[in-house]
Design a protein around this ligand. Sequence first.
Ligand code: KIV
Length: 267
Amino acid sequence: MKIQDFRRAKEEGRKLSMVTAYDYTMARIVNASAVDCVLVGDSAAMVMHGHPSTLQATTELMRLHTRAVARGAPDKFVVADMPFLSFRKGLAPAMDCVQALMQAGACAVKLEGLIGHEATLEHIIRSDVPVMGHLGLTPQSVHKLGGYRVQGRDSASARALKEQAARLEELGCFALVLECVPEELAGEVSAELSIPVIGIGSGRRTDGQVLVLQDLLGMTHDLAPKFVKRYLEGCSLMKDALDRFDAEIKNGGFPEDPAKHHRVAKA
Ligand code: KIV
């Protein structure tokens, strides 16, 4: 998938699939799948490092995860998240972060919000770095939002969100993530924009969907958000495998008798 394919997919009414990845092993599996696009989300701070929020993600952490994913998924369009405050401290530090992520192998960066960093966003885009926007529930603002809650419920905030989405498209973003907004609002934003809107917890009317890989594979221990669909019971499958490994060590089933292998090889 190339950058042009995002808009083309929307024009042709083809839905886009995106999934997070943070490490080489999982990225290789995603690379072999039909999924369109990979996001090295700052959710890495929570999913891979056990932090309570994404606020603990740093440029260095995102750079390391991006490098691993880019090596594992060379055939995918890799988007890397710019971490908390990395684009709010002035242009030079923001561009250092962009440089670190792009040199680590990202094809694009994703930035949450718009208000207060419009000029930075514009400069990144004018530097020929593709930018994916992110509106609605922006997890880096969790403390201001008062928790992980649905956004754009009232008409004033819905209108503000639509204006920001239009502005992101005008500035040159190639796609937009819309997180946890009512289905109707997500449908209206998707209809109004020419760039694809990729939803998460925002209903069925967006141009695509994104989920955290560990959520959809059932690998998360905590209760996943209601909108998540588990396509695998990863936790219990992996625990069962580990329990069998443990039992076989203790009952002598593993390692196996080399003579048995020898017999099989000879047969
Ligand atoms: O960091 C992340 O995983 C994300 C997705 C949930 C959209 O931004």
